[in-house]
Design a binder for this molecule. Structure first.
Ligand code: ADP
Ligand code: ZN
Ligand code: ZN
Length: 737
C-alpha cells in the first residue's frame, strides 16, 4: 500500500500559509491529527491539513515530523474543511485558526488517551452489541460487559482498571468503534429522570418545528423569527429531541454565559438527554472534557457561547444559533470570526439544518431570508397567556428627571411596588457618572491614554477608563483650578441606583452590571435573586436585557434611548432597536400585562414609532432602504484594514501606503465595483496609548473583494512599511471602531 510521505501542517505562527514536512517511515498521519514539528529553532504543535500531495519544495530541504500525537484526527474532516475555509475567508493564518479552535490541552501536544478523571458510558450501539463478537479482543470484551452491567450510569476509570491493566487502549478501541463514549462526569449533567411533561405547542410553533424536523439529514438554513416570549425555545427543544431520537447530536449557541444555566435546565428537563456546557468561563480542563465527550458522541447536546462552534461532534444533527443578531458572536480581536456565519458554513459541510433564532434578526439575516437563502419561519404572537407590553415614550424635554429617572417613570414604579410587582430599569452605562467636570474652569477628567472621558465610580472613589482600564483616584478638588467645584454629569447605573434608594427607601433594589457581578458566580446569583422576585427594583445594563425570564417584571424603563440615534456607526440604530425590544421583552412574560416606558428627547423619531407598535419588521424595512442608499451592508460587503501605532500619524501613513497598493491590486480587475476609501483616524483615535486608523474596502460581490484582499495582503506582508505598525484585517466588521 503506498503510504503518503508528506504532511502539510498548519503551524501556530502568524504567517498566512502552511508548511510541508516529511512523515517518518514508521508513522502514519491523516488530516486533522496533531504533530510536533521543528520550526525556526523551536518545536511547535501543528495540525496536519493535508497528506498525499507532492511538494514544490525539494525533498532534501524538507524537515521531518518529530512526533505524531493522535491516531484519530482531533479535528474531524468537515470541521477541518470549515476551519480551512474560515482561514481563507477571514484571511487569517491557518495555524492561528487551528490554535483558536483547539482546547488548551490539545494546543500543547498532550496525548488524547483516556484519562483517569474521565468516566465512560455505553452508546446505544454499545448497549445492543453482543460481546461475543469481541472474543478476539478480551480486554475490550470485558470492558464492554462491565459497561453493559452498569445499566446507564457511567463507569469511572477506577472501575475500568479492575478489568484490565491495558484498559486505556481497549477503551480507545471501543470509542473508535462507536460502542462507548466519554461521559462528562460521573455525577453532574447526567440525564434527569423527572422529564417534564412537554407543553402543547401552538400551531405556529408546530409548523415551525415540523419544517425544521423535516430537514434533518440535509443542509437547510432557517430563520426562526419570533417575537420575545413567542416560544422559540420550545421549538428548539422539539427539534433537538427529534435529532436525538435519530441518534444525532445538537449544538446550541447562545450569546451569554449567563443564559446557559436557564437553558440547560430547560433542555435537560425537556429532553431527558445529556447536555454539556461549553464556554470561556469554564476551566480549561472542564472544557477539554466536554470537547472530548462531544467528539466521542457522549453528549447529546452541546450548549455554548461563541467558541463552541469549534466543538467537534461525532454525529452532528442540527445547529441552533439563538439570538443570532447578537454582537457577541463576532470575535473582536485576533481571529475575527463570526460564529453565526461559521455555523452556516459548517452546517452546509456537515449536511445538517441550522436554525437562526431571534426576535430582532440582524438586517443581514433578514435580507438573506428575503433572497431565499434562509427559509423564514414566523412566530408572531406570544405563547401562552402573556401579551406584548405596551410601549410608550416619555419626552425628556418636557418632564424633569431626578438622578436620571423622570417623574412619570417614578410614579409607574411606585404603583408596581404597591402591587408587589417588579420594575426593571435599563441603562447601558455602568459606573456613577460618565463625566466629571469643573463648573468653574471647565476642566474635565480625561483618560491620559485614550480619547475618552473617565467614568466616575463613587463606591470605590475612582475615575476609571472603560476603554483601557486606566484608573485614578477621584480628586477632592479641581486638579486644574484647585476649587471645590467639581460636578458629576450624566448618569450611570450606580447613580440611578442611588437616586432610587432616596426615592424608595423601603424597597429592595438590585443592581446588575459588570461592576456588581465581577466575581465568579455573582451574576448567576444575582439573576437568580432577580427571578425569585425578592427585589422590587432591578437596575442594570445589557446583562439584564438578554433572554432572561423575570416572571414578576411588569414595568421596564429605558433611561436614555438616544445614544444610538445619532451615532456615526451605521449599525447603531439597529443595535438600539434590538436592545430596546429585547429589554422590553422582559416585561409581562407571565400572566400580568406589562408596560415599557422609554425616556427620550426625540419621541417622534420614525424608529421610535415602529417601536410603539413592536414593529421590528417595519423598522427593518426602513433601515434596509437606508443601507441600500448609503451603500452599506448587506448591500455591499465591507472589509476594514485597521492599523495602530504608538507614534501619532504612523498608522495613517501606513494605510495611505496600503491604499495605493490596494488601488494597484485592483487596477487590472475591471468593472469589479471595488471601492477603496481614504484612510481615516478611528472614531476614537487614541486608545490605550495607541493611535488608530482604518481603511475601508467594499464591493458589491464578495469574490472580487476577496481576490483583491488576498493580493493586497500578500503585497503588504512583503513590504517593510508593514513592520512599523500593528495592523489587521477585519472581514465583515460589525462596528467601525
Ligand atoms: P422565546 O424563547 O421565544 O423568548 P420561550 O420559549 O422562552 O420564548 O417561551 C416564553 C414562555 O412561554 C415560557 O415561559 C414558555 O414556557 C411559555 N410557552 C412557550 N410555548 C408555549 C405553549 N405552546 N403554550 C404555553 N406556554 C408556552
Ligand atoms: Zn477647575
Ligand atoms: Zn483609557
Amino acid at each position: 500500500m503506498p503510504t503518503s510521505t508528506l504532511a502539510r501542517v498548519a503551524v501556530p505562527v502568524p504567517v498566512r500559509r502552511t508548511f510541508d514536512f516529511l512523515i517518518p517511515k514508521d508513522s502514519t498521519v491523516s488530516p486533522g491529527v496533531r504533530v510536533l514539528v521543528p520550526f525556526g529553532g523551536r518545536r511547535l504543535v501543528g495540525v496536519v491539513v493535508a497528506t498525499g500531495f507532492s511538494s514544490e519544495v525539494p525533498r532534501e530541504r524538507l524537515k521531518s515530523v518529530e512526533q505524531v500525537y493522535d491516531r484519530e484526527p482531533v479535528v474531524p474532516g468537515r470541521l477541518l474543511e470549515t476551519l480551512t475555509w474560515a482561514a481563507d475567508y477571514y484571511h487569517h493564518p491557518i495555524g492561528e485558526v487551528m490554535h483558536a479552535a483547539l482546547p488548551f490541552d490539545l494546543r500543547r501536544g498532550i496525548a488524547t488517551r483516556p484519562r483517569s478523571r474521565d468516566a465512560y458510558r455505553l452508546t446505544a450501539q454499545g448497549a445492543a452489541y453482543d460481546p461475543v463478537l469481541l472474543d478476539r479482543a478480551p480486554a475490550q470484551k470485558r470492558l464492554l460487559q462491565l459497561l453493559q452491567h452498569g445499566s446507564s450510569s457511567p463507569r469511572t476509570a477506577a472501575d475500568c482498571r479492575t478489568v484490565s491493566p491495558s484498559w486505556r487502549r481497549a477503551m480507545s478501541a471501543l470509542i473508535a468503534k462507536g460502542l462507548a463514549s466519554i461521559a462528562q462526569t460521573p455525577t453532574e449533567l447526567s440525564p434527569t429522570s423527572d422529564r417534564a411533561t412537554p407543553v402543547l405547542l401552538n400551531p405556529a410553533q408546530r409548523a415551525a418545528s415540523a419544517q425544521i424536523v423535516a430537514a434533518l439529514g440535509r443542509y437547510r438554513s432557517f430563520l426562526l423569527y419570533g417575537i420575545t416570549g413567542s416560544g422559540k425555545t420550545e421549538v428548539y427543544l422539539r427539534v433537538v429531541n427529534a435529532a436525538i431520537e435519530r441518534r444525532k447530536q445538537a449544538l446550541v449557541l447562545v450569546p451569554e454565559i449567563a443564559l446557559t444555566p436557564q437553558l440547560i435546565e430547560r433542555f435537560q428537563h425537556g429532553s431527558g438527554s445529556s447536555v454539556a456546557l461549553f464556554h470561556s468561563g469554564m476551566s480549561a480542563a472542564e472544557r477539554y472534557r466536554v470537547w472530548r465527550a462531544a467528539a466521542s458522541g457522549g453528549a447529546d447536546v452541546v450548549l455554548g457561547t461563541r467558541s463552541a462552534i469549534f466543538v467537534p461532534l461525532l454525529r452532528p444533527g442540527v445547529f441552533i444559533v439563538d439570538e443570532e443578531h447578537d454582537a457577541s458572536y463576532k470575535q473582536q480581536d485576533g481571529f475575527r470570526y463570526h460564529a453565526r456565519d461559521l455555523a452556516l458554513y459548517r452546517a452546509k459541510r456537515e449536511g445538517i439544518p441550522v436554525v437562526l433564532g431571534s426576535a430582532t434578526p440582524a438586517l443581514e439575516t433578514l435580507a438573506n431570508a428575503e433572497r431565499g437563502r434562509h427559509q423564514r419561519l414566523e412566530l408572531a404572537a406570544r405563547a401562552g397567556a402573556a401579551r406584548l407590553p405596551a410601549i410608550r415614550m416619555l419626552d425628556l424635554r418636557t418632564t424633569t428627571a431626578v438622578g436620571g429617572v423622570s417623574r412619570p417613570l417614578l410614579d409607574a414604579m411606585r404603583k408596581r411596588i404597591e402591587r408587589g410587582e417588579q420594575s426593571l430599569l435599563f441603562l447601558n452605562r455602568r459606573g456613577y457618572a460618565p463625566v466629571m467636570y469643573c463648573v468653574h474652569c471647565q476642566w474635565c477628567a480625561h483618560c491620559p491614554r485614550c480619547d475618552a472621558k473617565l467614568t466616575c465610580h463613587r463606591s470605590s472613589a475612582q475615575l476609571r477608563c472603560h476603554h483601557c482600564g486606566h484608573t485614578d483616584s477621584m480628586p477632592p478638588n479641581c486638579p486644574h483650578c484647585g476649587r471645590d467645584s467639581l460636578m458629576h454629569l450624566g448618569e450611570g447605573t450606580q447613580r440611578v441606583e442611588q437616586s432610587l434608594r432616596a426615592q424608595f427607601p423601603q424597597a429592595k433594589i438590585l443592581r446588575i452590571d459588570r461592576d456588581a457581578t465581577r466575581r465568579k458566580g455573582r451574576l448567576e446569583a444575582a439573576l437568580q435573586q432577580a427571578k425569585g422576585g425578592e427585589a422590587e427594583i432591578l437596575v442594570g445594563t445589557q446583562l439584564l436585557s438578554k433572554g432572561h425570564d423575570f416572571p414578576k417584571v411588569t414595568l421596564v424603563g429605558v433611561i436614555n434611548a438616544d445614544q444610538g440615534l445619532f451615532s456615526l456607526d451605521f449599525r447603531a440604530a439597529e443595535h438600539l432597536l434590538q436592545q430596546i425590544l429585547q429589554v422590553a421583552g422582559r416585561a409581562g412574560r407571565a400572566d400580568k400585562h406589562g408596560e415599557v416606558l422609554i425616556q427620550t428627547s426625540c419621541p417622534d423619531h420614525p424608529y421610535f414609532r415602529s417601536l410603539a407598535t413592536h414593529d421590528y419588521g417595519e423598522f427593518a424595512q426602513t433601515a434596509l432602504a437606508e443601507r441600500k442608499q448609503a451603500r452599506c451592508p448587506p448591500y455591499r460587503h465591507f472589509a476594514l484594514l485597521r492599523a495602530e501605532s504608538t507614534a501619532s500619524g504612523e498608522a495613517l501613513r501606513f494605510l495611505s501606503f496600503a491604499r495605493t497598493r490596494a488601488l494597484s491590486a485592483t487596477r487590472d480587475m475591471p468593472s469589479n465595483g471595488i471601492a477603496v476609501m481614504d484612510p481615516v483616524p478611528a472614531p476614537m483615535e487614541k486608545r490605550a496609548g495607541r493611535y488608530r486608523a482604518q481603511l475601508l474596502l467594499s464591493a458589491g460581490y464578495r469574490p472580487p473583494l476577496h481576490r483583491a484582499l488576498e493580493r493586497l495582503l500578500r503585497d503588504l506582508e512583503k513590504s517593510p512599511q508593514s513592520r512599523r505598525v500593528r495592523w489587521s484585517l477585519d472581514v465583515d466588521p460589525i462596528d467601525l471602531y
